[in-house]
Design a protein around this ligand. Structure first.
Ligand SMILES: [Zn+2]
Length: 458
């Protein structure tokens, strides 16, 4: 028996005359903003979810690893047009920002029928397709064609009356960082007019923004669980937000509501897959407090700056430098958890031997970054060897090597770059397996490495 569609009715309570007259959030007393009554736009019946086997469900073909982009097909998750019955992906584009889109619509600032005009928005740099793009072992957490989606599949979108949106975008920029200016002043970095542009230390980069697109069978395999187990956990932990994780086992693609990645490339991006060219790489996980606001409790910004400097140097020598920046704040536990951990650390007399324990007490785990998925962007870039890995993390190292990418040299941050209060963090990490050419502290020695206490901060 074909199951009935899961439908709810939402009655319209607004006055018809009050609807759809205005597109601004600031309106006069006698005016109403564009409808809060979206039934007039979307209809009064809400299809809560589709079910595999629904008679009217005909998902657009998406053959994830097909090398022919026409045969592969676009990622379609939007409910717009005929998307409710034709989508082939669960979730929404733009990760957490999809909710701001909803606020813009409901507050009358955005016409829900707005069609993006992508004229001149295409990438300024060509990234040649790599064999890794079509390898089921290599890319499971981003759409390899995400940067070209509206241009490759515009015709499909129009013919099928569905929305196709990009999940990646590429641009060029100039970076101007005070620490790099200082390096140029000291003579440690020489302007060449190409990578480091001038005496002010401005640097030319190519940037790639990547939103995650998960191919569920591949993600499950990477984590060593079954696809069904993964679907159930995602469904439960998002409190049932994505019922089609359960009702549509035929749909294999999920756009999770999490932050993405930005890649900064120094040097010619076309050279990255070339094994004759050397590559320096920093994989950096977001730490807003340090990266942006220069908190001195950890080494994050210093390592980031070190990574950028070394990446630029490698590009100046004729190779490439890549810095991949992942939105995984507080080891993917979030900043709220992070500050609670800071408090617990400081009140207990911040000591390196209890560094991870404080996080585990609150979060239950010491880390939730799942580096297993991180190498996907490296595969997308065509990286097969990293000559200088600008990271001490054993988790990042093991994930990259486990994905078949060679690491020639691991480069630790110079001691003199570490900020005042960060020894607790870095020495605890080294004792837990982070790479160093220097001293690995014993648990007994870690007891003597202390950071600031609450008294020092008040
Ligand atoms: Zn940090």
């Amino acid at each position: 028996m074909v199951p009935a569609p899961i439908i709810a009715k939402h009655s319209c309570l607004c006055q018809p005359s009050a609807v759809h007259t205005h597109h601004s959030s600031t309106f006069k007393d006698d005016e109403k903003p564009i409808s809060h009554c979206l039934e007039h736009i979307y209809g009064d019946q809400i299809r809560l979810a589709t079910v595999s086997g629904d008679a009217d469900v005909h998902p657009i073909k998406l053959d994830w690893y097909n090398q022919d982009w026409k045969q592969r097909g676009p990622v379609v998750c939007s409910r717009r047009g005929d998307g409710v019955t034709k989508h082939n992906a669960i979730g929404a584009h733009a990760g957490p920002y999809s909710l701001y889109h909803a606020l813009s619509v409901v507050s009358g600032q955005l016409d829900p029928k707005h069609v993006p005009d992508y004229t001149n928005a295409q990438p300024p740099v060509d990234f040649a397709p790599q064999p890794q793009w079509y390898n089921s072992e290599k890319i499971v957490s981003l759409d390899p064609l995400g940067h070209l989606a509206p241009w490759l599949y515009g015709d499909v979108a129009r013919a099928e009356n569905v929305e196709v949106r990009p999940s990646m975008s590429i641009t060029k920029a100039i970076l101007s960082l005070p620490e790099i200016q200082e390096e140029v002043k000291k003579g440690n970095l020489k302007p060449d007019g190409k990578i480091v542009l001038n005496e002010k230390g401005e640097m030319a980069v190519t940037k790639i923004a990547v939103d995650p697109v998960w191919y569920l069978p591949g993600v499950a395999k990477r984590l060593g669980v079954t696809e069904n187990e993964l679907r159930r956990a995602l469904f439960e932990d998002t409190n049932g937000m994505y019922p089609e994780l359960i009702t549509r086992p035929d749909i294999k693609t999920f756009l999770p509501p999490i932050g993405g990645t930005t890649v900064y490339i120094f040097g010619n991006p076309e050279d990255i897959p070339n094994p004759d060219k050397k590559l320096a790489l920093r994989v950096h996980d977001e730490c807003s407090g340090s990266d942006v606001f220069l908190s001195d409790i950890c080494s994050c910004r210093c390592y980031l700056i070190f990574g950028i400097r070394e990446a630029a140097k490698e590009a100046q020598k004729g190779g490439n430098g890549v810095v991949a920046y992942f939105r995984k704040e507080g080891r993917s536990l979030g900043e709220v958890t992070k500050y609670l951990v800071y408090n617990a650390r400081k009140r207990a007399g911040d000591c390196a031997d209890a560094y991870f324990q404080r996080t585990e007490c609150i979060a239950g785990v010491k880390d939730a970054r799942f580096q297993e998925l991180m190498p996907d962007i490296l595969h997308w870039l065509g990286i097969t060897r990293i000559d200088r890995m600008l990271s001490m993390s054993n988790m990042k190292h093991d994930a990259i090597v486990g994905q078949g990418i060679e690491i020639v040299e691991r480069v630790e941050i110079p001691d003199e770059m570490l900020p005042a209060d960060s020894r607790v963090e870095i020495d605890a990490k080294i004792a837990s397996g982070y790479f160093t050419n220097g001293h690995v502290y014993t648990q007994e020695e870690l007891k003597n490495i202390r950071g600031r206490t609450w008294d020092d901060l008040s």
